[in-house]
Write a protein that binds this ligand. Structure first.
Ligand code: HEM
Length: 202
C-alpha cells in the first residue's frame, strides 16, 4: 500500500510576510494619493514625484552600500532617480535634500525589507502611467511620465524576490525585514506630508 503524502503546509515566504504585514502601510500611502488623477492641476502629481525623487536620493545609496548591493547593476533597466529628476525639472519642483533615512546601515534582511518597498512600487507604476496617457486632461496638461515609465519595468523586483528566496530566513530575520519595510513606508509618508520642517534645501 502506498503511503498517502502528508498535506503540504508550506511556510509563508519572506515576500508573503512582507506583503501581508505591510498591506496597511501600503493602503495608507495609496490613500494619501487617492485624488491624484482627479486633480488635473497636477498638485498631487507634483507631490508624488517630489516624494519619489527624495526617497530614491536617500535610499538608493543606503541599499547600494548594504550587503544587497545594487540590484541588477549590469542590467539595461532605466535609472529611476534620473527619471524622477527629469520629471521634477519639467514640473518646476525645486531640488531638496531629503531627511536622512532612519536605517543607514541595514543588514541583509533589513535591506530586503527596504528594497521590497522601493522596488515593489514598480508594480503600480505601469497602471499609473497608462491612466495618465488615457486621460486627455492629464496627458494634455503634459504630466511628464519619465519616472513612471522607468518604474514600469518589473524585472528588478523579480530579481529581488529571487535573492530573497535564496536566503534562508528564520522568524527573527523576517521580523527585521518587516520592521525595515514598515520604516521605509513611514519614510515615504513623511516625505509626502508636510515635510517643510524635515527637509533642507540642497
Ligand atoms: C500612490 C499610488 C500607488 C498605487 C495606485 C499603487 C498600486 C499598486 C498596485 C495596483 C500594486 C499591485 C500590482 C500587482 O499585483 O500586479 C502595487 C504593489 C505594490 N506597491 Fe504600490 N501603488 C502606489 C504607490 C506605491 C508606493 C509609493 C510604494 C512604495 C513606497 C508602493 C509599494 C508597493 C509594493 C511594495 C507592492 C508589492 C506588493 C506585493 O508584494 O505584491 N506602492 N501597488
Amino acid at each position: 500500500m502506498s503511503a498517502i503524502p502528508a498535506p503540504s503546509r508550506s511556510e509563508p515566504s519572506l515576500r508573503d510576510r512582507l506583503r501581508a504585514d505591510t498591506q496597511a502601510a501600503h493602503e495608507a500611502l495609496d490613500a494619501s494619493f487617492a485624488d491624484m488623477f482627479a486633480d488635473a492641476s497636477g498638485a498631487q502629481y507634483r507631490r508624488f514625484i517630489a516624494m519619489n525623487l527624495q526617497a530614491h536620493q536617500a535610499i538608493e545609496p543606503v541599499l547600494s552600500q548594504s550587503p544587497l548591493g545594487r540590484l541588477g547593476a549590469d542590467g539595461d533597466h532605466a535609472d529611476r532617480l534620473e527619471a524622477a529628476r527629469r520629471d521634477a525639472e519639467v514640473l518646476g519642483i525645486e531640488p531638496r535634500a531629503a531627511a536622512p533615512f532612519s536605517l543607514p546601515r541595514p543588514d541583509i534582511f533589513e535591506a530586503f525589507g527596504i528594497a521590497y518597498v522601493l522596488e515593489g512600487s514598480r508594480l503600480g507604476a505601469k497602471y499609473m502611467s497608462r491612466a495618465i496617457k488615457r486621460d486627455e486632461r492629464l496627458s494634455g496638461a503634459r504630466w511628464p511620465t519619465h519616472y513612471l515609465e522607468a518604474s514600469s519595468d518589473a524585472r528588478p523586483f523579480t530579481w529581488l524576490l529571487d535573492r530573497m528566496a535564496a536566503e534562508p530566513a528564520g522568524e527573527a530575520d523576517m521580523r527585521r525585514a518587516v520592521a525595515a519595510a514598515d520604516a521605509t513606508f513611514r519614510y515615504f509618508r513623511m516625505l509626502c506630508g508636510d515635510d517643510d520642517k524635515r527637509t533642507t534645501r540642497a
